[in-house]
Write a protein that binds this ligand. Sequence first.
Ligand code: ADP
Ligand code: MG
Length: 233
Amino acid sequence: MLVIKELHKSYPIGDSSLHVLKGINLSVEEGEMVAIMGSSGSGKSTLLNIIGMLDEADSGDYILDGLPIKNLTEKKAAVYRNKFLGFIFQSFNLINYKNALENVALPLYYQGMKRKERQEKAMFYLEKVGLKNWSHHLPKELSGGQNQRVAIARALAANPKLLLADEPTGAMDSNTSYEIITFIQQLNDEGKTILMVTHEEDIANMCKRIVRLRDGIIMEDKIINQVRIEQHV
Ligand code: ADP
Ligand code: MG
């Protein structure tokens, strides 16, 4: 699914620079559910943003689904992003004045899908995340867990091969967090490849593999026994 070799990334800070990723090597196969861990500032989001083609590495190789990601025009990058990747963020990134259905349908609009098909597809995915009866509610009328479900439905609507999540439960209490991760586990059971940044051990333990970053390199990369939590939701 993806292969990363000797990836480096620095940010300019005044006259000097901050070397954040110092030679990352990582392969992820289709069907994996991987947690990227590390303390705050260790470069987790930087790595995820490069994988998500929201940012570019300074050097090294990144191959996504057989395609070398290098020197792409913004237009090409956007095409691949829409085709391959779904994003989930801590802060949901929903549009406040659009209801759940409209939020899920928006990326489909940008794909050029017709209105009726968009609405049907958006409704299908809202139903999948258990929010069929909430489709006409605005984000402010929904709980944090519900809003994250809307964001997941939006990410799924474009049928991405790879789902990228940056601290998806960072703003939630533990019960809601477990509920969201349990749902993400179900998506993974169905075959979706998941890459999730978290700094919470209990969330990482619900993945199938943990990659630990420290000082810009991967200090540990291991397969784990995935924790499953019985849910009654
Ligand atoms: P994490 O997600 O692990 O908390 P980040 O990848 O967000 O870490 O950041 C890694 C380091 O890079 C931090 O020290 C952060 O301040 C710095 N950094 C992140 N983005 C930028 C940027 N756009 N410009 C300058 N420094 C940045
Ligand atoms: Mg981060």
